[in-house]
Design a protein around this ligand. Sequence first.
Ligand SMILES: Nc1ncnc2c1ncn2[C@@H]1O[C@H](COP(=O)(O)OP(=O)(O)OP(=O)(O)O)[C@@H](O)[C@H]1O
Ligand SMILES: [Mg+2]
Length: 463
Amino acid sequence: MTRQEKIEILILDDEKQFTEELHEFLQKSGYESFETNTFPEARDVLDHHEIDLMILDVRLPGIDGLDILKDIKIERPDLEIVIISAHGDMDTVIKAMRLGAFDYLRKPFRHIDIQIVIERTKKYLHLQRKLKLVEERNSLISKTLEEKIDRHFIGISSKIRDVFDSALAAAKYPDANVLITGESGTGKENIARIIHYSSDRKDHMFCAVNSSAITDSLLESEFFGHKKGSFTGAIADKMGFFEVCNRGTLFLDEIADMPSNLQAKILRAAEEKVITRVGDTSIVRTDFRIISSTNHDIEKRVEENKFRLDLLHRLNTLHIHIPPLRERPEDIKPLLIHFVNSFSQKLNRPNLSINNDVFKTLERYSFPGNIRELKNMAERAIILCKFNSLGIDDFPLTSRKSIPSESGPEMINLKFQEIELIRKALISNKFNQKAAADDLGITRDALIRKMKKYNLTIGKSEN
Ligand SMILES: Nc1ncnc2c1ncn2[C@@H]1O[C@H](COP(=O)(O)OP(=O)(O)OP(=O)(O)O)[C@@H](O)[C@H]1O
Ligand SMILES: [Mg+2]
């Protein structure tokens, strides 16, 4: 028998003659097999070998096989278990399948039956491993960071790599404020978390606040805290966001809609790094970094007098723009594979494949809701799909807007391109203006003039 991949099998059954025969058969068939007759023996094998598949008799003397199944699936979710049941014991089979058993065999069975089950498990494991590999290759962040930010960050395009590199550069300057712009659903909060958890502030609070979602009457107390009794309802002293984020990061989500009275107060706090609680007179020193985000044209808001220019300057020491998904179609395939993989696990729909025409069609779609829209599409497709492969009919597109064949206006906007080049040169030279000017082929004075012209207040630290 040819083996595409190594697979290690553990047999646990109290009937010695049965395990001996099965073990011999499996070895002859080219599998790596271990035979055990008690749970402690099986435990020992599990602790010392990378078992892929366990053949488990659920009727063991003195111990409930279903409990063993449950514990092993929690401990080793990627180990597949095939249970052996007695004739007429359908109840146990159903319970076992619900607990995550891969398949079942009813005693007595022929060797060919077990071989079919093993081959099926092998194919499934092979697919799972392949998906995992693809996913790992396309993830731009380590597993540890993924766990910390509690999110994934998938992408292969050079545009998203640039964004990611800028985030890592920003992480190195934990006192510089960062403004993240990009359409809704492009991953602005993801980037904010990556910056925080890759910076020296990572062991302190990351606090995400959407100021437009807080009622006007509570705004001040939410941000600055209050003293007990300072207003009805202030039943105890309370810290505000600025204090909670001491030594950490305050993420201000959607700043364009921030009420103007709050803008003035935030500017003062950001400049002075001291605050006073509502109803108090003493000042509190607090050291926070502000990462803010918006999906609006914030400069237009400034022109319309809806957003303070001085606050914008204070917030965009560093600026990271996340391009929409339609401008980086290469990312659609790895993102979709990632979402299908994670939802098929969550929704217990293993073995799903994706037809090639799905990728092709989605790569031409405009994705007004960006990655959030793609993620929702994947979840809905898995819930609604009736077969084991996802086809284009499982992905109804809400907007048929096609991608313009010409470059978008920002691609030919000279000012935009110049600003981006200056930013990149500064970031890659760790904000050394002389080195950045050399890279750009201009003098340091010319660089400073351009930075002034475009209001680029990029610097190491504002303190
Ligand atoms: N590169 C990525 N890899 C994997 N998932 C991503 C990526 N970017 C974004 N997502 C996911 O897409 C969803 C939207 O991302 P996020 O909330 O960060 O977007 P946003 O830009 O802050 O959106 P909004 O402007 O609506 O607040 C989240 O579930 C996020 O985990
Ligand atoms: Mg957001």
